[in-house]
Ligand binder design. Sequence first.
Ligand SMILES: Cc1cc2nc3c(=O)[nH]c(=O)nc-3n(C[C@H](O)[C@H](O)[C@H](O)COP(=O)(O)OP(=O)(O)OC[C@H]3O[C@@H](n4cnc5c(N)ncnc54)[C@H](O)[C@@H]3O)c2cc1C
Ligand SMILES: *[C@@H]1O[C@H](CO)[C@@H](O)[C@H](O)[C@H]1NC(C)=O
Ligand SMILES: *[C@@H]1O[C@H](CO)[C@@H](O)[C@H](O)[C@H]1NC(C)=O
Ligand SMILES: *[C@@H]1O[C@H](CO)[C@@H](O)[C@H](O)[C@H]1NC(C)=O
Ligand SMILES: *[C@@H]1O[C@H](CO)[C@@H](O)[C@H](O)[C@H]1NC(C)=O
Ligand SMILES: *[C@@H]1O[C@H](CO)[C@@H](O)[C@H](O)[C@H]1NC(C)=O
Length: 551
Amino acid sequence: MLFSYGSLLAALALAANTQSTDDPSGAVPDTDAIEPPDFNVTAALFDLGVNVAELPAAQLVDRSSNAACSIACASLQGIYGPASVDFSNEPTYDTFTSGYWSQIQENVNPYCIFRAPDKTAVSVVILLSRLTTCPFAVKSGGHAAFNGASSIDGGITVSLAALNQIIVSNDKKSVAVGPGNTWNAVYSKLQSYNIAVIGGRVAPIGTGGLTTGGGISFFSSIYGWACDNVNSYDVVLSSGAQVNASPTSFPDLYWALRGGGNNFGIVVNFNYAAISLPGGNMWGGTRVYTENNFPAVTKAFASVVQNSPSDGNAGLWVAWLANNGTKIAATELYYAKPNGQNAAIFKPFNNITAISDSTQNRQLAPYTAELATSNPYGLRETYYGLTVKADQSLADAAKDIFYQELPATANVSGANPVMVYQGITLPEIQQMTKNGGNPLGIYASDGPLYLIHVACWWNNASDDPIIYAFITKVLNRLKAAATKINKQNDYIYMNYGGLYEDVIKSYGADNKAKLKSISLKYDPDQVFQKLQPGYFKLDRAPFVDPRYYSG
Ligand SMILES: Cc1cc2nc3c(=O)[nH]c(=O)nc-3n(C[C@H](O)[C@H](O)[C@H](O)COP(=O)(O)OP(=O)(O)OC[C@H]3O[C@@H](n4cnc5c(N)ncnc54)[C@H](O)[C@@H]3O)c2cc1C
Ligand SMILES: *[C@@H]1O[C@H](CO)[C@@H](O)[C@H](O)[C@H]1NC(C)=O
Ligand SMILES: *[C@@H]1O[C@H](CO)[C@@H](O)[C@H](O)[C@H]1NC(C)=O
Ligand SMILES: *[C@@H]1O[C@H](CO)[C@@H](O)[C@H](O)[C@H]1NC(C)=O
Ligand SMILES: *[C@@H]1O[C@H](CO)[C@@H](O)[C@H](O)[C@H]1NC(C)=O
Ligand SMILES: *[C@@H]1O[C@H](CO)[C@@H](O)[C@H](O)[C@H]1NC(C)=O
């Protein structure tokens, strides 16, 4: 061993003891948080207890990517020990890479995987990336579907799994949640407190990706989206400083984090407002309808979205698909209290004959687990969508366009295309103005929106162009249909964004400009744009290819 790490580890232990990273008040003082022009990465690492002189990073001469990442990963291993860093020759590496939802991300091969043991380690890995220029990506629940989103070829993939705190405040009004959690874990723990938070509807989705991109919940027509129910974020900036962003502390950063994705920092703790949910009790399930009832289903869908202001407990999505050639609509209806079947808002659905119906009283956590069964791991996957202004004629048209184009996928091995409708309801949009608003560019004056996306899984990479061309055609036709009747809308939901979509542009020119200036203020070297190149960046789609729909 060329290097002695004894003193280094002692220094780290000291740093961990003196810095209460769980307590936002222990964060770096405000004046130090914004990176100065003469920022010194080596000195910042030293302040965290990492002496670069003792690391392989000190040997850095050749900044070619492989050497950079070899040195960065060896340095992480030196500091945190072999169990925290996996290389491609280790079985733990394969276990990790096969833990992504989409095969497309599973096929990504990072130089190493870093299992950040604590929040300080998140600061250290950002600074080591800057020191070496080895790029990184960050994984929470790993449900982003395309390559580079939460794993990076040849770079450092950072696992946040160890940041899995779920801490209920004494008054049960807020919950501190780490990005290492899935929603099922969060809801399971909160059930015994008779509370919940605003988060995802499917068990294994990560808190990190869902909340930084927006976050549609079963309860959103009462409380808004997940990002609008975060009281504050503990976030590690490009300087390695950890700050607490809230309506009163770094309010511009707080605004940017409410839907700005991975562009501003790595969130190490979400402080969510809690909601009351006695026993986790609610209602929901799937009703499946055949083609003869499609006109009634679109009418009922449009009615529930339109009438949301009358009963925010209700929510739904409709999945249009073809099961062995037979067209069906699988409608998920849910209600924030038991016995939603009696809610007046669902009446238009109650007299449509379903071929199956699993609606029943449920508890939140097991409900998310049941919904996970229809989203298997290990296949190639895409989510790819847009929004239009709510209008029943578009609800009728979109599924027709989808079914008309569907034959294009007939020869794709294992293809399972689905078109999904959801509402972005008026009450949801009104909640977006809480605490200074968010950057999404969704306004109540536009009325409710339909969020429509095509999801698909399939087997082979060689078929990717067929799938993306099919979706492009569907979305282009839908956009044209909306434009024709003046119901066009720009917004693209990041969490359902396709790999060729320019999501931040869809937030509108003013919001984009504001986001860029906030990025330059907190990240003057643009670390989160350049050294963390994956996912939806401020200036571009994840991938640019003019053949495919870009928004
Ligand atoms: C089966 C399924 C069900 C879904 N259900 C819902 C739903 O009910 N509601 C909804 O709104 N969306 C839903 N989604 C979409 C989902 O929100 C996105 O796929 C989201 O990106 C997943 O988050 P993740 O943490 O699992 O993914 P990851 O792939 O781990 O992360 C996604 C992106 O966020 C970044 N990121 C993660 N954690 C952090 C952090 N702590 N700080 C900064 N950046 C971070 C990552 O770097 C990555 O770029 C669903 C998706 C699937 C596949
Ligand atoms: C950065 O900090 C290190 C460690 O404190 C110091 O040795 C080095 O000279 C500094 N570099 C610059 C450019 O100031
Ligand atoms: C699919 O449909 C074909 C023709 O209608 C039928 O022969 C076949 O059994 C069906 N397969 C399944 C799995 O239902
Ligand atoms: C179903 O309910 C809707 C709205 O309540 C009503 O317009 C329609 O006539 C009903 N249809 C049947 C078959 O009862
Ligand atoms: C599917 O394959 C068949 C048989 O090779 C071919 O006739 C048909 O045109 C193909 N369809 C598409 C959409 O590519
Ligand atoms: C596609 O995938 C299927 C199933 O995994 C496999 O049998 C087939 O050989 C693949 N085809 C191509 C062209 O890769």
